[in-house]
Design a binder for this molecule. Structure first.
Ligand SMILES: NC(=O)c1ccc[n+]([C@@H]2O[C@H](COP(=O)([O-])OP(=O)(O)OC[C@H]3O[C@@H](n4cnc5c(N)ncnc54)[C@H](OP(=O)(O)O)[C@@H]3O)[C@@H](O)[C@H]2O)c1
Length: 313
């Protein structure tokens, strides 16, 4: 019977630390600010938007809300991004996806300055992750705090996408060794699967990435020490596809007709075989929001400590 990896309690711990850091910055006269950009009224985006607003309030981060109608033009959206890029009160920007179909999402995220790209989706952030220039952030909870105490902020770095960053935190929190393990990631999106595979690689795991065109998914998952599923396909991972004692991280979110939320994994049967498993809801989801807040406060710290004359003391 697997140990349940409780994302809610880890998220609370992370948020407590964020709150402390937000308070410390206030002593320097700095209020931490997060911009939220929502185009249209997609229900799942709206629920993420509202959950983020609530979380910001809890840790003392000021939320700046930008809502545009679904029929907005690309230029109108870009104008808002440029406004946020220039706004000294805003340390990070969260763009809610999906954007309306006619809008090229890559065009939009690439316009966010890397310093405020706290979801790590712009081409520069993705490139720095692939080049291992930003992966120092996934080594040992607390290392980053130590760097902060030393008043040393690495100058070349970007933010890591919050969901895969949260997955790594969750694994670290449970002392799950990644080095030398075979990790199978299912899904290769730019927001989740691809960056997660790069982070696991940086952690010295042997990584296999599966997707829609992978033949015989079970052939790969049965070899995995760690399975991370991020597809949005309900019931994709069954017990017969999981090795005894494997760690199973379920990132998928599927909303059933009755409103119930389930993941990609058949939880009840898989938990009998796995050593660790994340529930849905209450696993990766809450940690994602906590990481978003953490990236936002890091952005404020970096900006101030990089620019502040205090560095020269
Ligand atoms: N918990 C959280 O905080 C959180 C955050 C973000 C997303 N999510 C959830 O995670 C899931 C994935 O999100 P996303 O943004 O990555 O979605 P996405 O952009 O739609 O990507 C889904 C990925 O799954 C792959 N896939 C789809 N069906 C598959 C199948 N039958 N077998 C193997 N691979 C399959 C796709 O392969 P191809 O590339 O070949 O099409 C694609 O790479 C969704 O349910 C989303 O709601 C959760």
């Amino acid at each position: 019977m697997a140990i349940i990896m409780d994302g809610r309690s880890l998220a609370e711990e992370i948020k407590e630390k964020v709150k402390e850091d937000v308070e410390k910055l206030k002593d320097f006269g700095i209020n931490v600010g997060l911009g939220l950009l929502l185009v249209g009224e997609n229900p799942s985006s709206l629920s993420y938007y509202n959950a983020t607003l609530k979380a910001c309030k809890k840790v003392g981060i000021r939320a700046y809300q930008f809502r545009l109608p679904a029929e907005s033009s690309v230029n109108e959206i870009l104008n808002v991004i440029h406004e946020i890029n220039r706004d000294e009160r805003i340390n990070g920007l969260l763009v809610l996806f999906p954007l309306p179909r006619k809008v090229n999402a890559r065009r939009v995220v690439n316009e966010i300055v890397p310093e405020k790209d706290i979801d790590g989706l712009g081409a520069i952030s993705v490139g720095r992750l692939a080049a291992d220039e930003s992966t120092f952030q996934i080594f040992k909870e607390g290392t980053y705090e130590l760097l902060h105490e030393c008043r040393f902020m690495p100058s070349v770095s970007s933010f890591l996408p919050c969901t895969p960053f949260g997955v790594i935190r969750l694994l670290e929190h449970h002392n799950i060794e990644m080095k030398g393990k075979h990790a199978v990631v299912i899904g290769k999106s730019l927001a989740v699967g691809k960056p997660l595979s790069l982070m696991l690689l940086a952690k010295e795991a042997t990584v296999t990435v599966c997707h829609k065109n992978t033949h015989d998914l079970g052939h790969f998952t049965r070899q995995a020490d760690i399975i991370c599923s991020a597809t949005g396909v309900r019931g994709l991972i069954r017990a017969d596809m999981v090795k005894e004692g494997a760690v199973v991280v379920d990132i998928g979110i599927n909303v059933l007709e009755n409103g119930t939320i389930v993941g990609d994994v058949e939880f009840e049967s898989v938990k009998e075989k796995a050593s660790y498993i994340t529930p849905v809801p209450g696993g990766v989801g809450p940690v994602t929001i906590a990481m978003l807040l953490e990236n936002t406060v890091r952005s404020a710290q970096r900006t101030e400590f990089m620019k502040s004359p205090l560095m020269l003391e």
